[in-house]
Design a binder for this molecule. Structure first.
Ligand code: ADP
Ligand code: GLC
Length: 483
């Protein structure tokens, strides 16, 4: 058994902007079930405090960067037995807006100070200096917001082991020298072998340089990020540390994402009970203002509307596809203003065929998974991707780009894989709208052959991406950390 302090900037169901929250909300309870003693540490954002009011104060810390003492509030991750420590620094976290962006959609101007304070609090907890009488064996950090933690721990003569998981290389937490000067960090961190990066301060680099193990969330992405196209300038560091880099595929929490018992969908279904899926499709069509046509293929898309997700490829490919095929589209997402507007225009041009929900809403996300026939995820890069794995379970055949975790989770349907029953979806290589269009057409052709389509759906629904195997890989690494 190990004691694990799991540090992250979001965790479902307390606060979520994307897949990191799904992972942080589901891996710790599985580790705990496998025998580890896990504590989650998270900033006490306003949304979290609203959800969990009146929490007891477990500790108070005096930290540089905060005039008032920083309180550690204690809670339990809902529906689990995992303790959550919330770093309560109201000046930094108790505000309207998202965890990283203000209500205007721009990064909070004090993000460097916010996540420096958070990292300092994590270090105090990790060193058992908060008076909580609990010393972790390993601190497991996630993404740039926790990148300073391994760097600060490396300065301690005695410290726990460190694992740093990259969920996305594209977000590095880059700040100017002037900002660095305001953070009161050790000057030694401003060094090219530490966290200096082409004259900027790079939080992610702290995790890559100083942690005992670096992991990322799929085996393919672990290879890709060692190349310039995916490493964004940090490929050299990653190659240097290649012996300490592993790809561990994310798991899925089927307590939340399984159509057999999902409370957010109107009709339950499964591989041996297919009827509910058709009923969900009718509900989806009705709620998204689409014509009620049971046989028309319905394509779903859920996700952040950003360049990563290949949204531009979708927007390029769709007009021709909508002209050539009797298909419908249901989209749920939020992101770049230009992409949001382009989808609004498309929906206005094809009323009753393109249904749109701009915003963040879990009920809508689950309904699209449950009611659509095909799920589109043509990401330019994808560290793991969870929506395609959810889609498999919901019988919503994924059409994906063959990159990162998408390549590791979807088996392309060709003559051989269809014949041996291993096919679970469709994938294509080139990041262009022509390749997307051709592949979607292949999917539509197979959709027109119901017995073969059904076989493909069912082999996807029977895939098992539950956490246990991946959690055991993390446990192996935990055992190999430390000095
Ligand atoms: P990423 O973390 O890059 O956004 P993932 O596929 O790993 O991509 O995870 C995305 C998660 O966020 C999924 O649980 C998905 O359902 C959810 N999600 C994304 N956009 C929305 C939205 N607009 N409304 C509700 N849930 C969303
Ligand atoms: C990131 C990635 C996504 C991954 C998620 C959870 O947000 O973009 O691919 O699934 O983290 O690891």
């Amino acid at each position: 058994m190990s004691r694990i302090l799991f540090a992250c900037s979001e965790a479902h169901p307390l606060i979520k902007t994307g897949g990191l929250a799904d992972v942080s909300g589901s891996l710790p309870p599985v580790l705990q079930a496998l025998g580890d003693d896990v504590r989650l540490v998270l900033p006490a954002y306003r949304q979290v405090l609203q959800r969990l009011p009146q929490l007891p104060v477990a500790a108070e810390l005096n930290l540089p960067g905060s005039a008032a003492p920083v309180r550690i509030l204690e809670a339990t991750l809902p529906q689990t037995d995992v303790t959550v420590w919330l770093v309560d620094a109201p000046a930094y976290f108790d505000r309207d807006g998202g965890p990283y962006l203000g209500p205007d959609g721009h990064d909070w101007p004090d993000n460097a100070a916010r996540y420096t304070l958070f990292a300092r609090a994590v270090v105090e907890l990790a060193q058992d200096r908060a008076g909580l009488a609990w010393r972790p064996d390993v601190v497991h950090c996630n993404d740039w917001q926790t990148g300073l933690v391994p760097a600060l721990l490396a300065q301690e003569p005695q410290r726990p082991g460190t694992v740093f998981t990259i969920h996305n290389m594209a977000y590095q937490g880059l700040f100017t020298r002037a900002v660095f000067d305001t953070l009161n960090l050790p000057e030694g961190l401003w060094h090219m072998e530490a966290m200096e990066f082409y004259s900027q301060f790079n939080f992610l680099k702290g995790g890559l340089v100083f942690s005992d193990w670096i992991t990322t969330v799929s085996p393919t992405y672990a290879q890709e990020i060692r190349m310039p196209a995916f490493g964004y300038g940090l490929e050299g560091v990653l190659n240097h540390r290649a012996a300490r880099l592993r790809g561990i595929l994310n798991g899925v929490d089927y307590a939340i994402w399984d159509p057999a018992h999902d409370p957010l969908i109107p009709h339950h279904f499964g591989p041996t009970r297919p009827a509910g899926k058709k009923k969900n499709k009718a509900v989806l069509q009705q709620q998204f203002g689409l014509v009620a046509e049971a046989a028309t293929p319905l394509v779903g898309l859920v996700g952040r509307m950003v360049e990563q997700k290949g949204i531009d490829l979708v927007l390029d490919a769709l007009p021709a596809l909508l002209e050539q095929h009797p298909l419908q589209l249901a989209v749920v997402g939020t992101g770049t203003a230009a992409f949001e507007q382009a989808f609004r225009d498309l929906a206005a041009h094809y009323p009753q065929r393109v249904g749109l929900f701009i915003g963040y809403d879990e009920g809508h996300a689950h309904l699209v998974e449950a009611g659509a026939d095909i799920f589109l995820m043509p990401s330019r890069f994808e560290p793991c991707g969870l929506n395609q794995i959810y889609s498999l379970r919901y019988g919503t055949v994924p059409v994906v780009r063959r990159t990162g975790g998408l390549a590791d989770t979807v088996v392309h349907a060709d003559a051989a894989t269809l014949a041996d029953g291993s096919a679970t979806g469709f994938s294509f290589e080139a990041a262009d709208s022509a390749a997307l269009g051709e592949t979607l057409q292949q999917a539509l052709e197979l959709y027109g052959q119901p017995p073969r389509w059904r076989r493909l759906m069912v082999s996807g629904m029977r895939q098992d991406f539950s956490w246990e195997q991946s959690a055991r890989h993390y446990q192996e690494l935990y055992r190999q950390t430390g000095q």
